[in-house]
Design a protein around this ligand. Sequence first.
Ligand code: TRP
Length: 430
Amino acid sequence: MSPVRFLTGITTSGTPHLGNYVGSIRPAVRASLTPGVESFYFLADYHALIKVDDPARIQRSTLEIAASWLAAGLNPEHVTFYRQSDVPEIPELTWFLTCVTGKGILNRAHAYKASVDKNAAAGLDPDADVTAGLFMYPVLMGADILMFNAHKVPVGRDQIQHIEMARDMASSFNHRYGEHFVPPQAVIEEAVATLPGLDGRKMSKSYDNTIPLFAPREQLKKLISGIVTDSRAPGEPKDTEGSALFQIYQAFATEAETQALRQAYAQGIAWADAKHMLLERIDQEIAPMRASYQSLMDKPSRIEDALLAGAEKARRIATPFMSRLRQAVGLRSLGQMPQEKSAKQSKSAVASFKQYREPDGKFYFKLVDSQGAILIQSLGFDSPKDAGQAVALLKLEGVEALNRLAAQVEDISLEKRELIASELAGMQST
Ligand code: TRP
């Protein structure tokens, strides 16, 4: 059985934080170690251009994200780890998919619709400040996925609609040009879908409530001390429900450790002590990776080399697949035009004899024209040789032979006899 293909992209628009680690990096690295799984991870830098117009930030983010994934244990020997913009087949496929995607479908994409609704609420033109890039975001993402015919796409809930759109694109394309794409499926990490940030809302750059994944220990400590809690004093029992601190701890701890903290909450642990436990627990997991992150960040050219090698690996799939797709849609070399048939050739191609055996054990032949319509249908012969002789006779003598074969073929109208005469004459003359 061929392996299941997982693929996911990470937009290079910021610095990885703990939420990214728990929600995406850690599960992906674990999944990549599963036997029978083939993984593709890429830096979605074309997508980043839709949101970020600061070139230095795009470059910096690309480096930080790549270093984070490698430090977290992604092994580029076992997976295909590449940068989207190193695979020129992806924008090419984007155009192919653009041409089979209904504009109406893109109108309904959540991200685009949110911008339009916001503009409407502000009394602005619906498309004010909306780039065509934002509008086309789902198509580029569809190309990312379909380029490698990924079966499973691990994403956050907010991306499910994009995967559905990619399925639509796959089937529209297949419908027009034959079976080229497999429909992908979204995979949602239910357990750790979202990590709360410092203020208790989802950890996200847009809320400015993140903890950078590889913040130095001192900074980590400072940030953790800023996690919102309630005002209960030491000794007062505390609620785990709705406690951001507890949820973050849980994302790093074992069952037993989580249980122990739950008990400590009930027994009135001081917030300062709980925060100290959280710091230690996170640091225990992150500190070893932090060291390798630093050494990777110090040598960007090593990461560059790894990414270029990854792109080469990716293109071993993308380049031949793209040429197959170019063929399929008709972007073809003119050196391979299908030959126009000469009059004589086309005539000879018009009709043909077929010999076959039926479940009744008897042997049959038929004469079919180029459209597959039956001109002569034989009855059953006891041996293939008898059927073959009848065919030979028709080929040799033409329509006249039908008189002798009358008992061995189904009735033939006069009209049809004329057709058969000309077909058989054509066959004889070649
Ligand atoms: N849109 C995704 C996000 O914001 C990133 C992404 C780009 C992606 N292309 C992809 C994810 C292809 C999965 C597959 O999270």
